[in-house]
Design a protein around this ligand. Structure first.
Ligand SMILES: [Mn+2]
Length: 306
């Protein structure tokens, strides 16, 4: 049995879509596979998305299981059910562990800079010539994962492969033209209904070599300024509870920018050392928007002298 799984902290729409759609492809190819996760979906897996009815599978571990990791390659953050020595394939678009997996798995590690891991999974379907047999749910999940991870195609990691994959998937899934705005507004409503849960659901602890604030939360919404204005004190209270070096990146889809919120001066300084940032009362705006993994690349490159 191949167990398709992802990270330990939370499951975003990209990880969720990749687990389900890749397990479906392998099963169609006669390779027994299950989409499994011990982590809970975060706000990016919206009510409408959950309503499509695609689900993760139950899992009873056996010692013969092999693991396929999607949308994660840092083995410190693997789902706890993973046995590291039985990882047979990695599909990911986060930087930092390319070399390790190239040495361990060779061609079975597919880690590259691309907007969404969902695009990589789409390409597997395409290469297998099985796209016409993909379920509508999987097509809708992969399409939505591409929207989310590319920030509606405004993110700096967006490639033409992401745009092409979305175009094909959206037809197959029969999604309407207003799906992007509908989706992102729905995510914002869900975030606003429980701010502290939304923060916890996309919060990472960064290592010192990342040069980033130790506690780094991120959320993607339609209107970032409205959210920060309305919920700033609650956000700061939650973040202070996580440590004294923290940053929140609120990605604003409608205005294609990032609103950074960091009250600790030390956290503001970390960012300012990596890129030009103008802080005003703990707030800074970056245009175009930037993703945590893009900032991580900046920090790691700064270390290697690049
Ligand atoms: Mn992703």
């Amino acid at each position: 049995m191949k167990v398709i799984t992802s990270g330990s902290a939370y499951l975003d729409i990209d990880a969720y879509a990749c687990c389900i759609a890749y397990a479906e492809l392998l099963n169609l190819q006669g390779i027994p596979a299950r989409a499994v996760s011990s982590a809970k979906p975060n706000a990016s897996v919206s009510k409408t998305v959950l309503g499509w009815g695609a689900v993760l599978h139950d899992y009873r571990p056996t010692s013969n299981d092999e693991f396929v990791l999607v949308d994660v390659s840092d083995y410190h953050h693997f789902d706890p059910l993973v046995a590291l020595d039985r990882v047979v394939e990695v599909i990911d678009h986060h930087p930092g562990f390319e070399e390790y997996w190239a040495q361990t798995l060779g061609a079975d590690a597919d880690i590259r800079p691309i907007g969404a891991a969902a695009t990589q999974v789409f390409q597997r379907w395409k290469a297998a010539g099985l796209l016409s047999r993909m379920s509508e749910q999987s097509a809708a999940l992969l399409a939505t994962a591409i929207l989310d991870n590319t920030l509606n195609f405004t993110g700096q990691m967006t490639t033409t492969a992401d745009i092409d994959a979305y175009a094909e998937l959206v037809l197959h899934a029969k999604l309407t033209e207003d799906w992007p705005s509908h989706y992102f507004l729905e995510c914002q409503a869900s975030i606003e209904s429980d701010i502290s849960a939304a923060l916890a659901a996309d919060l990472k602890r960064m290592k010192p070599e990342s040069r980033l604030p130790e506690v780094f939360a991120q959320m993607t919404v339609w209107d970032a300024e409205a959210l920060i204005e309305k919920y700033r004190s609650e956000i700061c209270r939650c973040m202070r509870g996580q440590g004294d070096d923290w940053l929140l990146n609120v990605i604003c889809i409608s205005q294609r920018k990032s609103c950074l919120l960091a009250e600790p001066v030390v956290s503001q300084q970390r960012l300012s050392r990596l890129l030009p940032v103008e802080w005003q009362a703990g707030l800074a705006v970056l245009k175009p928007s930037i993703l945590r993994k893009e900032l991580l690349s900046l920090g790691l490159n700064a270390n290697s002298g690049g």
